[in-house]
Design a binder for this molecule. Structure first.
Ligand code: FES
Ligand code: FE
Length: 441
C-alpha cells in the first residue's frame, strides 16, 4: 500500500489519502511527473479558422499561443518573449500577421521568427536572432490538439490508447467535421484539480447534487427512469489512466429537455445518413451518452444535448482554473443549435443549473480537508464487489487514481478485471480507416 492509495482487493475497498489534495509537496511532484511529462490537451483545430488566427491559453502551468501560421499550419508557441520574457500576446485571441511584444517592441511572425527589433543595429551583424520557443511535441487526433513538454513522451496515439475510439465517436457526429462554437466558459474552483476529474465522470452524485435539475426535467416531461438508465450503463478502462462512463441504448434522450419535433426530425435525418456511412451499431453508440477523462487534464462530456470539452488547469493544491467549450456539428440547423447553446449556458455554465452545484460540493470537500489529520481517507470503493461496473460506480475514478499512483509513487496497482463488454459498446465503425484508432486495453 502506498502512502496515498489503499487498494485492498480482499475486502474489497479503495481509499485515497486526502493529503494528495492539500500537500504542496504532492503538487510539486504532480507538476514534475505528470504535467511536465505527459500529453496535455491544448485546444481544437476548429478554433483557428483562418491563417494567422491565434488563441492564448495556459496548459501545464505554461502560457501558450495556439496559432495558425500564414500557410495555415497549426503552431504552438510559448507565450514569452525571448528578449526579456514579457508575455507576447495578452489577448484571449485574434488574428495577427505579427505578434509584437509590448515591452521593447520585438516582433514575431506566426511561424515563430523574429522579424523586427527596434534599433537592431545595436546588436551587430553576427547576432543570432532568437525565435519563439515551442513545447517539445505537438500533435492532434481528429482535431483535438495536444502538447507535451517531454521530448521522450510516446506518440500521441499510443498515449490516447482506447480513448481515441471515443474521440472518434464524438467526431463522427458531424458529416463535415465537428467544430468548437464561439463563446467560452472560464471559471475557477477553490479545490484540488483531481476533485474535478472525479466529479466529471461521477454518475453517483447526479441525483443528489443536481436534484433541482431533475425536478425541472420531470416537471417538463414527466417521470424519468434514471435508475434503469444507470443500471444499463458501463464504466470502462481505456488505458493509460483514461476512462469513460457510457450510457446504454437510448440513454441519449433521458436526461435532457424534450427536443422540438423539428429538431428531432433533423437529428434523425442526419443519423440516418451517418448510419448508411458508419453502420447501425456505431451510430447507436454515437447516440448514447458518455463522460470521459483523458488523463490528466481533458474531460469530454457528451451528455445533455451537446458535447462539452473541459480543460482543467491546476494552479495550486487548492485552486484550479477551468475552461469549457461546446463542440457541435457545423451543419446543425437553428433549432438544434439554439437548444444546444441554451443547454451549454443554463446547464454547464458557471451560473447554470449544474456547474455551480458541483463547484460548491468540490469547494466544501476542499475546505473540510483541513481536518485531514483526523479523517485521512476518502472512499472510492463503489462497485468494487460487483461483476459489472456501471456509471454510478467509481471504477472510472479508481482507473484514474491507479495511473496517478503509478506515476507519482512508482507503485503499480493491477487493474480490475471485468468480463468482456457486450456488443452494444464494442460495435466498430464500418468504414474505419485502419490507422485512425487503437483499441482499448
Ligand atoms: Fe519583449 Fe523586450 S521583453 S521586447
Ligand atoms: Fe455534476
Amino acid at each position: 500500500m502506498s502512502q496515498y492509495i489503499d487498494d485492498d482487493r480482499q475486502m474489497p475497498r479503495f481509499r485515497v489519502n486526502r493529503n494528495v489534495m492539500t500537500d504542496p509537496e504532492v503538487f510539486a511532484q504532480e507538476k514534475e511527473k505528470i504535467f511536465d511529462t505527459t500529453w496535455l490537451y491544448l485546444g481544437h483545430e476548429s478554433e483557428l479558422k483562418k491563417p494567422n488566427d491565434f488563441k492564448t491559453r495556459s496548459v501545464g502551468g505554461r502560457p501558450l499561443i495556439f496559432a495558425k501560421d500564414k500557410k495555415g499550419t497549426v503552431r504552438v508557441w510559448v507565450n514569452s518573449c525571448p528578449h526579456r520574457g514579457a508575455m507576447l500576446c495578452r489577448e484571449d485571441g485574434g488574428n495577427a500577421r505579427f505578434m509584437t511584444c509590448a515591452y521593447h517592441g520585438w516582433s514575431f511572425s506566426t511561424s515563430g521568427d523574429l522579424v523586427s527589433m527596434p534599433g537592431d543595429q545595436a546588436y551587430g551583424p553576427e547576432f543570432e536572432r532568437p525565435g519563439l520557443a515551442a513545447p517539445a511535441q505537438v500533435d492532434s487526433y481528429r482535431g483535438f490538439v495536444f502538447v507535451t513538454f517531454n521530448p521522450d513522451a510516446p506518440d500521441l496515439l499510443t498515449h490516447l490508447a482506447g480513448a481515441a475510439e471515443y474521440l472518434d465517436l464524438v467526431s463522427d457526429m458531424s458529416e463535415e467535421g465537428m467544430e468548437v462554437l464561439e463563446g467560452t466558459h472560464h471559471y475557477s474552483v477553490k479545490a484540488n484539480w483531481k476533485l474535478l476529474v472525479e466529479n466529471s465522470f461521477d454518475g453517483y452524485h447526479a441525483m443528489s447534487t443536481h436534484q433541482r435539475y431533475f425536478e425541472m426535467i420531470v416537471a417538463a416531461r414527466g417521470p424519468i427512469d434514471a435508475g434503469a438508465s444507470l443500471k444499463n450503463s458501463r464504466s470502462i478502462n481505456l488505458g493509460n489512466g483514461h476512462a469513460v462512463t457510457v450510457g446504454g441504448p437510448g440513454s441519449g434522450d433521458i436526461f435532457g429537455r424534450e427536443l422540438s419535433a423539428e429538431a428531432r426530425a433533423e437529428k434523425e435525418a442526419r443519423y440516418e445518413r451517418l448510419r448508411a456511412k458508419h453502420g447501425d451499431g456505431w451510430v447507436k453508440r454515437l447516440d448514447g451518452i458518455r463522460n470521459m477523462v483523458i488523463f490528466p487534464n481533458l474531460v469530454i462530456i457528451d451528455l445533455v444535448m451537446g458535447v462539452v470539452i473541459r480543460k482543467i488547469d491546476p494552479v495550486t493544491p487548492d485552486y484550479m482554473e477551468v475552461t469549457a467549450w461546446e463542440l457541435a456539428p457545423p451543419e446543425e440547423g437553428p433549432e438544434l443549435k439554439r437548444q444546444r447553446l441554451d443547454n451549454f449556458l443554463t446547464f454547464w455554465g458557471p451560473g447554470g443549473l449544474a456547474s455551480p452545484d458541483d463547484v460548491e460540493m468540490l469547494e466544501s470537500a476542499q475546505r473540510a480537508y483541513a481536518s485531514v489529520k483526523e479523517l485521512q481517507w476518502s472512499d472510492i470503493s463503489r462497485g468494487m464487489h460487483s461483476d459489472v461496473p456501471v456509471q454510478s460506480d467509481e471504477y472510472q475514478m479508481r482507473t484514474f487514481w491507479r495511473q496517478w499512483n503509478e506515476i507519482v509513487t512508482g507503485e503499480v496497482l493491477p487493474p480490475e478485471d471485468y468480463e468482456e463488454l457486450p456488443e452494444y459498446w464494442t460495435a466498430p465503425r464500418l468504414d474505419r480507416d485502419a490507422d485512425s484508432t487503437v483499441s482499448a486495453s
